[in-house]
Design a protein around this ligand. Sequence first.
Ligand code: GLA
Length: 393
Amino acid sequence: MNGQSGPNTGKVLDLVAKFEKVFHSKPLVIRAPGRINIIGEHTDYNEGFVLPAAIDKAAYLAMSLREDEEIHLVAADLDETFSVRLSELKPVQSPSWPNYLLGVAAQFQNSGLRIRGFNAILSSEVPMGAGLSSSAAVECATAFALNTLLEAGLSRMEMVKLAQKAEHEYAGVMCGIMDQFASMMGKKDHVIKLDCRSLEYEHVPFRLEGIKILLLDSNVKHSLASSEYNVRRKECSQAVDWIREQVPTVHSLRDVTEAMLNTYVLPRDPLIDRRSRFVVLENKRLEEGCRDLENGNFEALGKKMFETHHGLSAQYEVSCRELDFLISQVEGNPDVIGARMMGGGFGGCTINLVRENALPALVATVSGRYLKETGKALTPYVVSIEQGTSRVY
Ligand code: GLA
């Protein structure tokens, strides 16, 4: 259940050995982590704030350049391969995993950066569809690997933007910047307070004496996530458009107050009001939650996490029965300081801040009840906060 601290050396060496066997050359290896988010959900594409961190589960990518124009990819965990010529780069329908690498290569090409063919082997510890940004991890690893091998000189921020664009164009999810940012910029034992409008950020210490971060994976794969995610984005911009008709200084939900929603949105459409009100309140919760963190007041922060969950479930409607059940099982338990569903929604994990000594019993009880209620197994992960993307070999 516990992850390790720092790079997974065994995995790196296995990957190098496999690479030498398959491609007869020496690779570099990049580690790019998945992420958690303490609070601030669906706020990034509304120019609000988020509070994510990189974790001890990562994608590992071994890569070397080729002399020709071909891309040869291996997904070690799936035992699948994929090849394409640089001149024929386009999103693929099935399998979907190559898109995260090809999308980044295409961005290098589109930005006019010199690119060459490459060989790559991918292996990841970030569970897929669990809301831990397994795709952002692969995109960041690819951007970092290509940037290093091609000596393209991109900054971390440029790579973040390029990885985000890859997700838009090759995975079809109009995601915000949080996931790629957290994977690239994470710092051990710190969360990142990121202003998604200015892209200014601050690493805030996240000291958790006696408290662990427990993720409970519902094992519900978020199949609705990409389509409904894009719908939520449109609903938010609809609210902004309506308000802008009267208040032209408003550019995003970041600038919107509850009073504006009452006047310009609620009378026109209660659904659009619910969606945008969630975002306005979530930004407020994050600001206050950051002050709680500075004051070491985890209880107050935890309370806000529960409020976020209820907002995501009732107002933003991106939760599901299984996630709501998991929260109902821990809310009110004095050993659970805060909990909520995490990420885009429609499945994946809940994040729980839990007192360490209560952990084993809690996991056992909730797993049993979850199985009984849903017929599904629960997968628990205790995660730690680690460094962002880096070269590990
Ligand atoms: C997904 C997206 C992020 C963010 C979250 C919700 O993880 O990739 O950009 O919008 O959902 O907060």
